[in-house]
Write a protein that binds this ligand. Structure first.
Ligand code: ARG
Length: 465
């Protein structure tokens, strides 16, 4: 057994303990960040006069060779490789000889793993941001395609007031804008360099921490070495951002599962995004949407599980922290699939105007009649009550609200003028809601422009950093 820390031990590690302890099975995906961090560390050791220029170059060339082996799938993980840090150092030393042993001067795997994980997470956030922007663009195109197409709006899943398809589609756009902001927050939380914290107390060598941080693309350095080796707030923030993003995707999925059912029939999912049944030939199952809805559960689980891992830890590094990586990697992998699937599904979604129109029944216009009475000077509560009577009358007569005569209405209240029926159209109901954020055509045009701008502004924000 040739462990990094084997010097003071007489007996080899129990085989099961070795497996229990090892993280190489999942932290191998940090190889690129680990090597990038080590290349910068070698340069910092030279700056601090701890390595000659030739030693630094030997180490950096060796590290790049290890990186190339990983990239080409040629790196062989050995049974004794405990984690990515020990595997890289073991291979480096095989390549460059004993000078490889100088790389770990003044650092610890504790500040090293925090560095690697932060660098990885910064990249992960940027990647998900691009996928989120794609989904936002798909929703914008979908909204534009039927911007002012009327549809029933719902509260409590009951007919409420008319809205438009574009308004509905954009309602699922804005949560994603907030998700992007939250992911950007996690990325900023990660962009702080722990290098130089050592194992817990700080490094005893004159490393220029600021310069090293800047070299790696960090924006600041950690202020306390004990905190630095155990701060995983950035991971928890990432898991919250991904959990809430999962919730948003789940709600969109749930809505489309309902809308694509025979009962609603508002949309048809493209063949490419549905699956069949092995027994019922007529079935077109929205499996992709159901999986998206289902996977939000594991995203929430990763957040709560990880917070539970953190809550009992005393200050500084504890091995529990090794549990940080799997939930974060899985949250990333889950969304890395779910986001492009959802984008493709939205881009190929067929809207069925005739089915939307069939649901535009007169009950959706009851509020218009109440608003009409308010414009005649009645208190809203009284107006609401009078319209309630009109609704009841229409039910008693088994006719639509819009089929009541002017005489029927005037019998309920003399405030109903001959023009009362004019407000009882879907177009009038939509046009009336012209405040910013409302469903009227002019307000929607503004909202659409704001959405387009929001996608590009957030993207530009990422590209500039
Ligand atoms: N594999 C460890 C982790 O993921 C690396 C740090 C280990 N440090 C230590 N002193 N055992 O957290």
């Amino acid at each position: 057994m040739t462990k990094l820390w084997g010097g003071r031990f007489n007996e080899p590690t129990n085989a099961l303990v070795h497996r229990f302890n090892a993280s190489i099975g999942f932290d191998v995906r940090l190889y690129d960040e680990d090597i990038t961090g080590s290349v910068a560390w070698a340069a910092a050791l030279h700056d601090a006069r701890l390595l000659s220029a030739a030693e630094r170059d030997t180490l950096i060339d060796g590290l790049e060779q290890v990186r190339a082996e990983f990239a080409a799938g040629r790196f062989v993980i050995l049974p004794d490789d405990e984690d990515i840090h020990s595997a890289v150092e073991r291979r480096l030393t095989e390549i460059v000889g004993p000078v490889g042993g100088k790389l770990h001067t003044g650092r610890s795997r504790n500040d090293q793993v925090a560095t690697d994980f932060r660098l990885w997470l910064m990249r992960a956030c940027a990647h998900l941001d691009g996928q989120l922007a794609d989904l936002q663009r798909a929703l914008i195109v979908n909204a534009e395609g039927a911007l002012n197409l009327p549809m029933p709006g719902y509260t409590h899943l009951q007919h409420a007031q008319p809205v438009t398809w574009g308004h509905w589609a954009l309602a699922h756009f804005w949560p994603l804008a907030r998700d992007r902001r939250r992911l950007d927050g996690a990325r900023r939380a990660a962009a702080v360099s722990p290098l130089g914290a050592g194992a817990l107390a700080g490094s005893a060598f004159p490393i220029d921490r600021e310069r090293l941080a800047a070299r790696l693309g960090f924006t600041a350095i950690t202020p306390n070495s004990l905190d630095a080796v155990s701060d995983r707030d950035f991971a928890a923030e990432f898991l919250f951002a991904t959990a809430l993003l999962g919730v948003h995707l789940s709600r969109l999925a749930e809505q489309l599962i309902l809308f694509s059912s025979a009962e609603f029939g508002f949309v048809r999912l493209a063949d490419a995004y549905t699956t069949g049944s092995s027994i019922m030939p007529q079935k077109r199952n929205p499996d992709t949407l159901e999986l998206t809805r289902g996977k939000s559960g594991r995203l929430i689980g990763h957040l709560t599980g990880f917070l539970a891992t953190l809550k009992g830890l005393p200050s500084s590094y504890d091995k529990d922290l090794q549990e940080d990586k799997e939930p974060v990697f899985d949250a990333f992998d889950t969304l890395d699939m779910a986001l492009p699937v959802m984008s493709g599904l939205i881009a190929t979604l067929e809207i069925r105007p005739e089915r939307l129109a069939a649901q535009l029944e007169a009950g959706l216009l009851a509020t218009e009649l109440a608003d009409y009475l308010v414009r005649q000077g009645l208190p809203f509560r009284e107006a609401h009550h009078l319209v309630g009577r009109a609704v009841r009358l229409s039910e008693e007569q088994s006719v639509a609200l819009t089929d009541l005569t002017a005489g029927d209405l005037q019998a309920i209240s003399p405030h109903f003028g001959a023009d009362a029926a004019d407000v009882l159209t879907v177009a009038a109901a939509l046009a009336a809601r012209a405040l910013p954020g409302g469903t009227a055509p002019a307000a929607l045009a503004d909202q659409l422009a704001a959405a387009r701008e929001a996608v590009d502004a957030a993207t530009a924000n990422y590209l500039s950093q």
